[in-house]
Design a protein around this ligand. Structure first.
Ligand code: AMP
Length: 547
């Protein structure tokens, strides 16, 4: 027997309409490429999203066709989130930090019909527009008077001119909630990037879950700064959850350096911010020497790569900001776990709480997870046994978009579970801790060494800004760890002192065999350390006892 409740499909357009109706005066503030601060409301955003949908009709873009963005976090990008997806087209958010050739490749793979871009990225568009035959319209996210007269890009349109030509009397279409809404290509550390294709259903369910108190805890009283880019897994779904709750949104635009982020937090009284550890490192690096404090920031979600304990301590103890360590991936929309404490943890010592906070956290409702061994046998939740982490749930990828020619890409699931490629432990309370990417695991004398543990100890040293631990081939031990580090500006530490710093913090056999000092760390397009590049850089390196 079926239930007798209404079966209204879940839709992205309903999020912005809800925000406009119930939080119409709610603010959206954006630092623009133009250099100024732009302010408007959810009511304005909804109206302009409808105008964009109408403009796409006028351009002849069909339902299901892809409309790409190459843009910073800002209000026009937000309008694309709702206008493109809400009208039944698919928003393809492109990471501008990819190599231009790779951008052209993903555009062709996705068969993008329209590309909207911030003027910052004009050089990229100039370099690739001749290599993207599927693209019918290039749209600059700017006013008509900012369009360059001699761009060489045929029929370059101004976004503002397009919107101004519409009536604004648009009605959102209704369609199946499983309709595709947006897509994001993974960073593609090996081979070509692969795309996760999200649906209205997966996006709205994820937005609900993300807003829950023990997840991101987003409310109408928050002023949220998503520093995580809107081109990286939909800025962790924050734009959708903000509309669902009516929270104020503050967008940093191109200003991602420590000073710009700090100034924006203070100016807009941001209560809540989200980003990868690299961003927070830059923020703390600006605040510490200048003796600055936060007047409004209460919580920050840190994820995308492991959050070092030193960062959690700095935020919690020094600045009074609660850190929510979160884990997820492009293929998971992205949220999988968030580390919020249970009531049983509250009575613990600070040291005990810290041990919990360092974990990537517990699964949020909607995500099922388990760890398995090489034979696929499920492993115990004892907080010690490592295994491959598998997940499933309504916002976890089933298959990649058009992964033809690569069987893994077409159907990645293992008996219905998605293999994350992460290696983790899960404790009896359900707290998961990532120890490595499966390809980064270091095996020494038959025992595993967690590269994350080794990196965390290095960055706890006052002179170290960044650390990456990799395994080097060794004839006796199979592999031995070394740690590559970047020092903080003006700080000094010797190889011997850093190795000494490990004593008592890691087992003797886990202490790296060597330290390599780097001027800069190789970073990937999503702000994570790129160990593949580091290995390439150190291909002629010899371990001390093999020299
Ligand atoms: P991406 O799809 O680019 O977001 O990358 C997802 C991968 O980033 C995961 O599979 C993890 O390896 C890594 N990752 C994300 N969040 C964390 C975290 N909190 N700690 C450690 N690794 C993380």
């Amino acid at each position: 027997m079926l239930g007798l409740m209404q079966s209204q499909p879940l839709s992205i357009s309903s999020l912005i309409e809800f925000a406009a109706r119930h939080h119409g005066e709610g603010e959206i503030v954006s630092r623009r490429v133009e250099g100024d601060l732009h302010r408007y409301t959810y009511k304005d955003a909804a109206q302009r999203a409808r105008q964009l949908a109408e403009a796409l009709d006028a351009l002849g873009v069909q339902p299901g066709e892809r409309v790409a963005s190459i843009a910073w976090n800002g209000y026009r990008h937000l309008e694309m989130y709702f206008g493109v997806s809400g009208s039944g087209r698919v928003l393809h958010t492109i990471n501008p930090r990819m190599h231009p050739e790779q951008i052209a490749w993903v555009m062709s793979h996705a068969q993008d019909q329209v590309v909207c871009f911030d003027m910052t990225f004009l050089p990229i568009v100039k370099a690739i527009h001749g290599k993207c035959p599927s693209v019918r319209h290039w749209v600059a996210l700017c006013d008509a008077d900012k369009l360059p007269p001699d761009s060489g890009i045929p029929n370059l349109l101004s976004y503002e001119v397009l919107l101004a030509a519409q009536t604004g009397n648009y009605r959102w279409p209704e369609f199946d909630e499983n309709t595709a809404s947006s897509m994001c290509y993974t960073s593609g550390t090996t081979g070509n990037p692969k795309a996760a294709l999200y649906s209205h259903r997966s996006t709205v369910l994820h937005a609900y879950a993300a807003a829950l108190p023990d997840v991101m805890g987003i409310s109408a009283r928050d002023s949220i700064l998503p520093v995580v880019p809107m081109f990286h897994v939909n800025a962790w779904g924050i734009p959708y959850s903000a509309a669902l709750t009516g929270a104020k949104l503050v967008f940093p635009g191109p200003g991602m350096d420590g000073k710009s982020i700090y100034d924006l937090i203070e100016l807009e009284q941001v209560s809540y911010a989200a980003g990868v550890p690299t961003i927070w490192q830059m923020l703390l690096g600006h605040m510490e020497p200048n003796g600055l404090r936060f007047s409004s920031l209460k919580r920050t979600v840190i994820g995308g790569s492991a959050c070092p304990p030193a960062m959690i301590t700095a935020f919690n103890d020094h600045y009074g900001v609660e850190v929510l360590h979160a884990w997820g991936m492009t293929e998971m929309s992205p949220l999988g776990t968030v580390c919020t404490l249970k009531s049983k943890h509250l009575a613990m010592s600070e040291e005990g709480k810290m041990k919990v906070r360092l974990k990537q956290g517990r699964a949020i409702f909607g995500i099922d997870m388990k760890i398995v061994n090489a034979e696929g046998k499920e492993l115990p939740w004892d907080g010690k046994t490592y295994g491959d982490l598998l997940v499933k749930g309504p916002w976890v990828l089933r298959e990649y978009f058009q992964g033809v020619g690569d069987t893994h890409a077409v159907m990645p699931l293992v008996n219905g579970w998605f293999p994350t490629g992460d290696v983790a432990t899960i404790d009896a309370d359900g707290y998961m801790q990532i120890t490595d990417r499966s390809k980064d695991v270091i095996k020494s004398g038959g025992e595993w060494i967690s590269s994350i543990d080794i990196e965390n100890i290095a960055v706890a040293h006052p002179a170290i800004a960044m650390a990456a631990c990799i395994g080097m081939a060794h004839p006796k031990w199979d592999e031995r760890p070394i740690v590559a580090v970047v020092k903080k500006p003006g700080a000094e530490v010797s190889r011997e002192d850093l190795l000494k710093f490990y004593e008592g913090k890691a087992a003797k056999w886990q202490i790296p065999d060597d330290v390599v000092f780097l001027d800069t760390m190789p970073m990937g397009a999503t702000g994570k350390m790129q160990k593949s590049k580091l290995r390439e850089l150190l291909k002629d390196y010899q371990l001390p006892d093999l020299r």
